[in-house]
Design a protein around this ligand. Structure first.
Ligand code: NAP
Ligand code: MG
Length: 403
């Protein structure tokens, strides 16, 4: 059988620990036998980030800007303990943060559904994708704890001259707290465009919710920007694709999402996305079944698993113990990237292969063979789930793929 040929290389960002082991296995067992894999390889493993002064992370992000599609393995974000463990010269920044800053992107998370793995919310039949605006709001706020008798204002100056002064609170009755938050037009516009681009690419309607009835200026600003960008740049394309954009109050969106069957992109302000993505991920079952993609406003894609490097399993692996680590979200990073590359370069066989690998993976789980994290979630009549080790599971998917 001839291997599928690629045109443009994928930007490949290797990573750390257990996911680095999965990475090698997925490439060797599931992809290389079928695709003449063309990648530009960047080793984002912590050892090489230290060796290159983290330059490799920047280079990999720039390569993503150049080629348009990247696939990333989970990486360690070092803390003090990791500095000792890896003998680092400093606590290198989160690679995901660096890549996000350089691509100016939005992160989309979407659960991977398999028959037999039932979400806690019974009505959810289709995936709910969440887009989190990862800029500003309370994550970059000025905070102050005020004492009794103090007064807090929002003061705005220009060229040293005071333009406006608004009382936030007079604390004459007792102490309290204040917080100053901001966002920017350019960041909200990027966020809106990223959401609309992703929705078009995945053929999903966009639901956006904020609280503009209470926060008329701040949340009203988000609402207006989304409406303007949709009307002027995306409405026609959405209508042609048979999808829509809708805005409602955020509490109403929460209620509608729970009652829905899924199948939408839920655009969330920063805090809502932080909280709701954990709720949605948990409600669908396992961290090993949550995929993630960073999309820039000018249409660059970086695919990855939502989970980390699964350190606990890696330490067991190092001791020679058998692990049962779920590779599915990492497989989806590869299939997402291969599919997008096939789409951009017009290689239908590559797109078809990506879908075939996804089907082989799901059918393996659906026929009762899975990793340990899925066992307690699996309910299918007449099938008793079998727990496989990491490598047995990859082999099982490989046999399904060859069939
Ligand atoms: P984690 O790697 O996501 O793992 C947390 C726990 O979730 C695991 O111990 C395991 O539970 C379960 N789990 C996660 N993925 C799984 C999978 N594929 N299969 C089976 N079980 C899975 O989070 P962490 O332990 O907090 O972080 C480890 C390292 O990852 C840290 O150094 C952090 O900096 C990094 N990290 C990287 C990224 C990224 O690159 N995007 C994201 C998050 C964290 P059990 O132990 O109960 O089996
Ligand atoms: Mg969170």
């Amino acid at each position: 059988m001839d291997k599928i040929q690629m045109k443009t290389p994928l930007v490949e960002m290797d990573g750390d620990e257990m996911t680095r082991i999965l990475w090698g296995g997925i490439k060797e067992i599931l992809i290389s036998p079928f695709v003449d894999l063309k990648t530009e390889y960047y080793d984002l493993g912590l050892i090489n980030r230290e060796k290159t002064g983290d330059e490799v992370t920047v280079q990999s992000a720039l390569a993503t800007k150049k080629y348009g599609v990247a696939v990333k393995c989970a990486t360690i974000t070092p803390n003090a303990r990791r500095v000792r463990e890896y003998n680092l010269s400093k606590e290198w920044k989160s690679p995901n943060g660096t890549i996000r800053r350089l691509l100016d992107g939005t992160v989309f998370r979407s659960p991977i559904l398999a028959r037999g793995i039932t979400p806690y919310v019974a009505g959810w039949q289709k995936p709910i994708a969440i887009a989190r605006h990862a800029f500003g709001d309370i994550y970059d706020a000025a905070e102050y704890q005020a004492s009794k008798g103090e007064r807090a204002y929002i003061v705005v100056e220009k060229d040293g001259k005071e333009l406006s002064r608004k009382l936030i609170r007079d604390f004459s009755d007792g102490e309290g707290v204040v917080q100053g938050v901001y966002n920017t037009k350019s960041s909200i516009e990027s966020f809106a465009r990223s959401c609309f681009n992703y929705a078009l690419s995945e053929k999903l309607p966009v639901w956006f919710g904020a609280k503009d009835t209470v926060s008329k200026v701040y949340d009203g600003y988000f609402k207006d920007i989304f409406a303007r960008i949709y009307e002027t740049e995306y409405k026609t394309a959405f209508e042609n694709a048979g999808i829509y954009y809708t805005y409602t109050l955020v509490d109403d969106v929460v209620a509608r999402v729970v009652r829905s069957e899924g199948g939408m992109l839920w655009a969330c302000k920063n805090y809502d996305g932080d909280v709701m993505s954990d709720m949605v991920a948990t409600a669908y079952g396992s961290l090993g079944m949550m995929s993630s993609v960073l999309v820039s406003p000018d249409g660059k894609y970086e695919y990855e698993a939502a989970h980390g490097t699964v350190t606990r399993h890696y330490y067991a692996h190092l001791k020679g113990e058998q692990t049962s680590t779920n590779p599915i979200a990492t497989i989806w990073a590869w299939t997402g990237a291969l599919f997008k590359r096939g789409e951009l370069d017009n290689i239908p066989e590559l797109c078809a292969f990506a879908k075939r690998l996804e089907r082989a993976t799901l059918s393996t789980v659906e026929s009762g063979y899975m990793t340990g994290d899925l066992i307690p979630l699996f309910k299918r009549q007449g099938i008793t789930p079998v727990k496989l080790t990491t490598s047995e599971f990859l082999q099982k998917i490989s046999s399904a793929l060859s069939r």
